[in-house]
Design a protein around this ligand. Structure first.
Ligand SMILES: Cc1cc2nc3c(=O)[nH]c(=O)nc-3n(C[C@H](O)[C@H](O)[C@H](O)COP(=O)(O)OP(=O)(O)OC[C@H]3O[C@@H](n4cnc5c(N)ncnc54)[C@H](O)[C@@H]3O)c2cc1C
Length: 438
């Protein structure tokens, strides 16, 4: 067999995990990291591989936390970066936090020790479709590479900032205070869940939004925000009625003073998105204010709203379930390109590592002419990949959370977490036993 070769663009969390996974599956890897040369991003501060741009925490380790369960899968699947994090860990209670310098050092050592990865300290400005390539250039992908990705995806499907509205776990909604209906009763099925608010609550809601603390934007984000969609606190500051004539308008929904619409975030309707509620409010403030809405008084948030600089492609339109670029209808000559990391819309450090592992696993199988080996249903990684690649007209980046995992419809709330944890663990164990046997 010819030597297996691959290019990985981006020596961040996803790119390093992918390069190491490909190397241990026999590939010679060219890994490009521009920060090793003259390149910079507006957020990274060093030239270290897999630099953590902000917090030094990979979040919870307990299986009862979503990130703990996700990490358990990465451990079972032999993630190199998780091993590096374990070696570099610092005391952080029930979270996995690391000494960031030591973490990067562990990864640099693993890359050097692989004997199969050549590190190019330069910006990659071309996508060479002759060599299988994995693009993991992150949320701060260089301008030149972003232009190339734009060319590949036809321009409009690469975004430069996200405006994420909060997502709520469906079984925490008080359905006695909400009603299912589309505006003006259009459409065959009632797709929206509506949460009405009376005048007194609305005025309090707006006042709290006007006075609320926001997350400060980074200097490099100032220009990009507020271009297309205003955060709700900004709308509230423009006047008492702005929200009532904007995302909270009751028109076509019956006689209510104001209404918040919720739209299902996934096919199983385990999660609901607050329509038009992109926000920069601090996370605790969001919870306090949104729980003023009667239907949301006990709301549990699978994710909270945010708006920040974030380069990502519309994965549901461009990636297949293996994270491979699928544009065969328009550009049949472009064949072997995979994406991983935040640029796929999987948000968060651990998620970036998971996509790096997953894209490399699929890439290796595909280039060795093996049939794809999908991870089993009910596992965190499979579920996350489905969340970013399943058809979705309103795609926004997503972090991993329990609300995404499939479960029987009639499962009681108190049994939910145990069921989801056992399902994920058991299904992955069976899968790995089968892999070992084959
Ligand atoms: C400012 C900011 C703060 C964040 N804070 C957190 C947090 O605290 N916790 C959390 O869980 N998530 C956080 N995230 C989200 C996300 O998890 C991280 O950005 C994560 O590092 C993404 O991993 P990645 O591998 O996709 O990208 P990165 O880790 O950013 O890696 C991409 C790499 O590609 C390189 N690169 C880019 N273009 C090129 C090119 N053309 N040629 C060669 N190299 C290139 C970059 O230099 C970079 O090293 C944050 C994101 C941002 C933007």
């Amino acid at each position: 067999m010819d030597t297996l070769k691959a290019t990985v663009i981006g020596g961040g969390l996803a790119g390093c995990e992918a390069a190491l996974q490909l190397a241990c599956r026999g590939f010679k890897v060219d890994l490009y990291e521009m920060r090793k040369g003259v390149g910079k991003t507006p957020a990274h501060k060093t030239s270290n591989l897999a630099e953590l741009v902000c917090s030094n925490s990979f979040k919870g380790v307990q299986l009862t936390s979503a990130h703990g369960l996700l990490k358990n899968e990465l451990k079972m699947l032999g993630s190199f970066l998780l091993q590096a994090a374990e070696k570099a860990k610092v005391a952080a209670g029930e979270s996995l936090a690391v000494d960031r310098e030591l973490f990067s050092k562990e990864i640099e050592n693993a890359v050097a020790a692989s004997g199969k990865i050549t590190l190019y300290p330069e910006e990659c400005t071309e996508i060479n479709s002759e060599t299988p390539t994995l693009i993991a250039a992150g949320p701060l992908c260089s301008q030149a590479l972003a232009e190339k990705i734009k060319e590949l995806t036809g321009g409009e499907f690469l975004r430069f900032f996200d405006a994420v509205a909060p997502v709520i776990e469906s079984d925490s909604i008080d359905y006695s205070q909400a009603f299912a209906m589309n505006r003006h009763e259009k459409g065959e099925s009632a797709d929206f869940l509506n949460c009405p608010i009376d005048k007194e609550t609305y005025l309090e809601f707006v006042k709290r939004l006007q006075e609320a603390d926001c997350v400060e934007e980074k200097p490099f984000e100032k220009r990009e925000l507020f271009e297309g969609c205003l955060p709700i606190e900004e709308m509230a500051r423009r006047g008492e009625d702005t929200l009532r004539f904007g995302p909270m308008r009751p028109v076509g929904l019956g006689k209510h003073y104001a209404v918040i619409q919720l739209r299902a975030e996934n096919a199983q309707k385990t999660l609901y998105n607050m329509v038009g509620f992109q926000t920069r409010l601090k996370w605790n403030t969001q919870k306090e204010i949104f729980r003023l809405v009667p239907a949301l008084k006990n709301a549990e948030f699978a994710r909270l709203g945010c708006m920040h600089r974030n380069t990502f492609i519309e994965s549901p339109k461009f990636l297949d379930s293996t994270l491979k670029l699928n544009i065969s209808d328009k550009r049949p000559e472009v064949k072997n390109i995979w994406f991983a990391g935040q640029i796929t819309g999987a948000e968060g450090y651990t998620e970036a590592i998971a996509t790096g592992w997953y894209a490399a696993w699929n890439m290796a199988n595909s280039l060795k002419d093996k049939a794809p080996e999908p991870l089993p249903q009910g596992t965190c990684i499979r579920t996350l990949m489905e969340a970013i690649t399943a058809p979705n007209e309103n795609f926004q980046p997503m972090n991993f959370n329990f609300g995404l995992l499939p479960r029987p419809v009639d499962l009681r709330k108190s049994e939910k977490k145990n069921f989801l944890i056992e399902q994920a663990k058991k299904n992955l164990s069976i899968f790995l036993q089968c892999c070992q046997r084959n």
